[in-house]
Design a binder for this molecule. Structure first.
Ligand code: ADP
Length: 462
């Protein structure tokens, strides 16, 4: 079985968000169980290939926008042994790969072109794949184009939704680039009838199978509340929709915290964290938040409302994140009111993130929705108990009173209710038991890779 994973990023070469981590780690875990998976991504100027041997292996000619474009195919191999194909084009892939994609005209055009390139790649002598595994809106047109161009000869297709809210909505003009004739394609005609093309919708409707990144999110996206407008389409494809939890590649999160030493190591890390951030030493618990400052997804309104009471009555608070400027300012302002009991760090800093995971007692994850969520799993790997809203992957990984705290209503009171429960167990034998439970959990890719193998087998036999 040979799989081609198609995405906008692959860590550590191109890393913008969690998607890059998944695309970088899944092939490594699949290789261990005998599944060969290669990766294909755009060769953005930001790609970090230092220390890797990169060589040109092919030239593609890609018909797009009335011309044939030359695309150079480069190949490299990650340290993990995964083969990566990088597609180079000085016009379409000249920018990108730095920040989260804005889904504006330039970016929807860039990925329309990328999708056209991947189709030519699959039609070329380089194709050795049984399944083309596409990820998120950036790859949404591939499954359609493959069907159009190769019909029954095409490999099977899987489309993974990492976050249904990011859809890649563009002008229908984009479709002219690859020669779409209105009226010729039912699924595209249906999509553009409302005046735009939705790349995520194209991937969902035209791939053989669809999956997402946790079992709970796979059921949530069938509802109006979480479905991003696709709940009806997904209901109609329910028999071909599933959810597989993302794993964590723990080599990126080195930790020496074990069930035997956590008491001494964690208190040392706590001391290091407070001293590094200039916070006043305290025996009270430290609560933390690490992540994108995204007011729509990450439950920041709950956090902001809960903080004054949390800081007055229960402990200290550390935040690390960046994103929405207005929310960054609001969080800094709250922090300033509580002096050395808080440390608000507006930046991206992987080392500080690891120290926060190791040195805090409780990690707050009040997300409104969370397709999978990695931070709660990373925190548990460091013996830090997550306090989560019970949705998506948070619900699948945290069990209340066992390895963390789960609140079900998306309200500040419910969040504070869980904070109080956490404070009640703080420094008790029950907390020790919970820390030990969290350290024993296996969130590595091994289990999830087996699930992917089963899904690939199902796709091939369908
Ligand atoms: P999402 O993919 O929605 O951003 P996840 O919980 O799935 O959220 O993954 C977030 C990842 O990014 C984690 O590995 C987390 O440690 C990391 N991260 C997020 N913000 C920061 C930051 N400011 N500094 C360092 N690491 C961060």
């Amino acid at each position: 079985m040979k799989i081609l994973l198609v995405a906008s990023e692959v860590a550590p070469v191109i890393k913008i968000g969690g998607l890059g981590d998944v695309v970088g780690s899944l092939p490594k875990a699949l290789a261990k169980i005998g599944v060969n998976a290669d990766v294909i991504v755009p060769f953005f100027p930001t790609a970090v290939v230092t220390g890797l041997s990169v060589y040109k292996c092919y030239d593609l000619s890609v018909p797009f926008s009335g011309q044939d474009h030359n695309v150079e195919v480069y190949k490299t191999q990650l340290e993990s042994g995964t083969d990566i194909f990088l597609l180079k084009n000085s016009y379409y892939f000249a920018s990108g790969g730095k920040n989260f994609f804005a889904q504006n005209y330039t970016e929807t055009e860039m990925f329309t072109f990328f999708d056209a390139c991947v189709v030519q790649f699959v039609k070329s002598a380089l194709n050795t794949y049984n399944i083309i595994h596409c990820n998120d809106w950036h790859t949404g047109l591939i499954t359609h184009l493959l069907e159009d161009e190769l019909g029954r000869e095409r490999p099977k297709t899987l489309f993974t939704i990492h976050n249904i809210i990011y859809q890649g909505v563009g002008t229908p003009e984009l479709l002219k680039h690859f020669g779409y004739v209105p009226g010729s394609h039912q699924l595209i005609d249906w999509d553009v009838a409302d005046g735009d093309i939705n790349m995520l919708q194209q991937g969902i409707t035209s791939s053989d199978f669809v999956n997402t990144v946790s079992p709970t999110y796979a059921t949530e996206i069938l509802t109006k509340e979480f479905g991003g407008g696709f709940e009806d389409i997904l209901q109609s494809r329910k028999d071909r929709l599933s959810g597989i939890l993302n794993g964590i590649d723990f080599t990126s999160f080195p930790s020496d915290i074990t069930t035997l030493n956590y008491k001494t190591v964690k208190s040392e890390k706590k001391r290091q964290l407070m001293s590094k951030l200039g916070m006043s030493a305290s025996d009270l618990p430290i609560f933390s938040f690490v992540g994108r400052i995204d007011a729509f997804q990450k439950g920041l309104s709950l956090l902001a409302e809960a903080l004054p009471e949390l800081l007055k009555n229960y402990g200290s608070f550390v935040l690390l994140g960046s994103g929405d400027k207005k929310w960054e300012a609001r969080l800094v302002e709250i922090g300033e009111k509580f002096g050395k009991k808080t440390s608000i760090n507006i930046k991206f800093d992987a080392d500080l993130a690891n120290l926060i995971y190791a040195g805090s007692d409780f990690l707050l994850v009040p997300s409104k929705y969370e397709p999978c969520g990695l931070i709660q799993m990373i925190a548990m790997h460091y013996g830090t108990l997550p306090i989560v809203h019970g949705v998506g992957g948070l619900k699948d990984t945290v069990s209340n009173g066992d390895n963390g705290f789960v609140f079900n209503d998306f309200t500040t009171d419910a969040l504070l209710g869980s904070v109080k429960e956490a404070v009640n167990v703080y420094n008790t034998p029950q907390m020790d038991k919970m820390i030990e439970n969290s350290l024993k959990k296996d969130f590595s890719w091994d289990k999830s890779a087996l699930e992917y193998k089963k899904l690939y087998e199902r796709i091939l036999s369908s």
